[in-house]
Write a protein that binds this ligand. Structure first.
Ligand SMILES: *[C@@H]1O[C@H](CO)[C@@H](O)[C@H](O)[C@H]1NC(C)=O
Ligand SMILES: *[C@@H]1O[C@H](CO)[C@@H](O)[C@H](O)[C@H]1NC(C)=O
Length: 428
């Protein structure tokens, strides 16, 4: 099987526009979660009034200004999630030094860009307009702004990439599936380079209301938004919806070497599972999560003992974090693994960026790659108090240095779909 490496990174997140800026602010313990009740009274009328929002402002200050990335015409045609995806792609391609023009290169480059929810605002606005004014109120851009795969489509149109063009939509596992599936396209020879990632922007009162009704969201920290997302902490009470996008440029190893590309890490393994159990709740023992991690290590051909760091999915829900914690311990402890729970190093970055739903897996894959590159584990902010079964090292509050040769990053989605990616330092 052909080997797959990471040669470029890009991101637009609640911690800022740009992967380096995001990463630095993450390591410094910042948080991108704000109270949205002040922006729109409809949020204020709901139990959850917080969200993780991409900051507005000029790019040089780490803010989002659409006109710095897109023409006015493209802005009109594209959903916000797709705009974030395009900006993250631009950064990642620059970073990788891959802007091909030869037709054989364009044919060998593809895109996997997914989203979990897509363009919620568009549906809402069009439904309201249609209800009042009927057919003539439906915009000719309604469908193109709605379809989730148009994120990937716009990227291919802008750069001329004619390789596989694909969009997973597997709720909160979307980003991880996009990255993993893209790697398979390369491994099987369908492409030499893939733009792979996930994007989300659905901070709409109706979307937040829906997640709140499903009893998924944090509601106890509306007055102290930076404390609302607290993975693994005893007082966690739900996740915080976030927006943004991240992109990894994945490349076949020999292709990257031949052009002298800088190689961040190798994508060694990818595992997927479904836990055939419940719409929104995991099995308590974390069986589905365990199976995904096991499969990722199997495809990486690595033992549990080799795992230096786990970037957890942990969204700050009571049940989900506990199930994942159980799964990680079940995977990493034992004869082929670590001796004590305290030997397990795991953190969740969702305290800082919230839960980007379809973007989460891609953002966290980028963080995991940087953790390997810089030998540092990003912190789990807001982790103040642990209950009994939480006896690993969760990197509370502050980043920790640690030589990281192998790392896993988990993503789990509603519907019971679980995935894990295994990244490692490249060994030639
Ligand atoms: C896989 O992910 C989703 C969301 O947490 C869940 O519905 C499913 O049961 C998960 N399995 C786990 C965590 O074991
Ligand atoms: C976990 O991280 C700490 C640094 O905080 C490091 O000293 C330790 O060796 C790591 N453990 C493992 C098993 O990687």
């Amino acid at each position: 099987m052909r080997r797959v490496v990471v040669t470029g990174l890009g991101a637009v997140t609640p911690l800022g526009v740009g992967i380096r800026r995001t990463w630095k602010r993450l390591l410094d313990g910042h948080c991108g979660i704000v109270n949205v009740g002040l922006r729109d009274s409809r949020f204020d009328a709901q139990p959850c009034k917080v969200a993780a929002i991409v900051p507005e402002g000029p790019r040089q200050n780490g803010g989002w200004t659409a006109s710095e990335w897109l023409s006015r015409d493209d802005e009109r045609k594209m959903a916000l999630f797709a705009q974030y995806g395009l900006a993250a792609t631009e950064e990642a391609l620059e970073d990788a030094g891959w802007k091909p023009t030869a037709s054989e290169d364009l044919e060998a480059t593809g895109v996997c860009m997914g989203s979990g929810i897509g363009n919620f605002d568009e549906i809402y606005d069009t439904v309201v307009a249609y209800d009042k004014g009927g057919y003539r109120k439906v915009s000719p851009l309604f469908v193109p702004r709605l379809l989730i795969n148009l994120g990937a489509g716009h990227i291919s149109m802008k750069y001329g990439f004619m390789g596989p063009n694909h969009a997973a939509t597997t709720a909160c596992t979307t980003g991880a599936h996009s990255v993993g599936d893209a790697a398979r396209f390369i491994a099987y020879g369908d492409a030499d380079v893939m733009v792979a990632g996930g994007a989300e922007s659905c901070i709409h009162p109706l979307a937040i209301g829906g997640f709140a009704r499903a009893r998924s969201l944090a509601t106890a920290f509306n007055d102290d938004p930076a404390k609302a997302s607290r993975p693994f902490d005893a007082d966690r009470d739900g996740f915080v919806v976030g927006e943004g996008a991240a992109v990894l440029v994945l490349e076949e190893l020999e292709h990257a070497k031949a052009r002298g590309a800088r190689i961040y890490a190798e994508l060694r393994g990818y595992g997927c599972s479904g836990d055939a159990h419940h719409m929104t709740a995991p099995k308590e023992n974390g069986e589905g999560a365990l199976m995904a991690m096991k499969k990722a290590l199997k495809s990486a051909n690595l033992p549990p003992l080799s795992v230096d760091y786990v970037n957890a999915h942990a969204t700050s829900t009571v049940v989900g974090d506990a199930a994942e914690n159980a799964a990680i311990k079940a995977l990493l402890l034992g004869s082929n693994g670590k001796k004590r729970p305290s030997d397990i190093n795991v953190s969740s970055t969702k305290g800082a960026v919230g839960h980007l739903l379809g973007g989460a897996g891609a953002v966290e894959a980028a963080f995991t790659v940087l953790a390997i590159l810089e030998n540092v584990m990003p912190p789990t902010i807001n982790l103040e108090r642990l209950t009994d079964d939480f006896d690993c090292n969760y990197v509370p509050q502050q980043a920790q240095e640690n030589t990281i040769n192998v790392a896993l990053t988990n993503s789990f989605g509603f519907g019971g779909t679980n995935s894990s990616l295994c990244f490692a330092k490249l060994i030639l």
